[in-house]
Design a protein around this ligand. Sequence first.
Ligand code: ADP
Length: 355
Amino acid sequence: MKKPTVKGALGSLSSFLLFFLTVGFIVSCCMMLFVSVLSETMDLTLTADNIATAAKVTFWNVILITFLFKFADYIRRKIMVERPTRIITEATERIMSGDFSVRISPMQNSGMEGFNQIAMAINQMAEELSGVETLRADFIANVSHEMKTPLAVMQNYGKLLQEEGLSEEKRIEYSKGITDGSRRLSEMMTNILKLNRLENQQIFPETTEFDLGEQLCECLLQFENVWEKKNIEVDTDIAEDIKVEADAELLSLVWNNLFSNAFKFTEEGGAVSLQLTATEHHAVIKVKDTGCGMSAEVGTHIFEKFYQGDTSHSVQGNGLGLALVKRVIDIMQGEIVVESAVGKGTTFTVKIRRS
Ligand code: ADP
């Protein structure tokens, strides 16, 4: 907020003088017109004394009236302009210094609508910024936490590898531990970068028309090793010739994450099924598993970044998969819902527009 200065005081004085001279000039012209009309119509003879007295009275009147006007204007400006400007400036200065808790209360005087609109916009901005700040802080905390685990594992294996006289078997086991840890880190970084680019709209979907059934099968087949190893039964029911117009690479992220979770959270001997059906305007995809399922509480958080409901599987994930899935589905203006029961299994249903 600006402090009053000599320059400012001189400025106010000169603006008062300008105002006074203008009003004085206008009033004098009016008076001269009035007096000359009066003297002519009433046939009065004005002496120099008469004119001098009238001029003095008029002069002091002008001084008094302009002073009163200026004073009233000064008070009005103090209340209606300077006070709200000061409140708004102080609030923006606090926001600039990082205090996003600041809120401006609405000003009650009439004629304050304009300032109230600015105040509301500033309040909204502060709210948005504080949300972004919390997300940023949470994000950094989560990333650091997620990085620490694989780094600690890699450090341990690194130390073990330094031991003398290691058997070939142990050497392979420890180096595999290091490779797994670095793979996990690299997967996490890739996911963070993808999510970041999706959120900042740096990825512009490149849409083409393609057969959705074919894409789903291709993605599912990538998990053949996993389902064979875990002896999981896979069942597919795919309607033919369902075309969508979408970014194929982005959409394959969705299926890969849903399949990867289905196989990850399903125990040996379980079952995973994939179904593709279509309504007049939409393609409906269901990925169902007979795995561990999740509670309603977990279900409400699964699309949040870094959220992991079942931490016993945390070694194989980083809680970013479904956040990515949701972001892609949102970009495509589609829908994703989850139905799940603990111990029974989970079904993800995705609905996207068909072409
Ligand atoms: P991650 O799989 O890396 O933990 P995701 O974002 O893919 O992260 O999933 C978030 C959480 O949602 C998982 O930790 C898990 O608790 C829950 N979840 C997702 N898919 C399934 C599923 N098919 N069955 C049971 N729980 C699931």
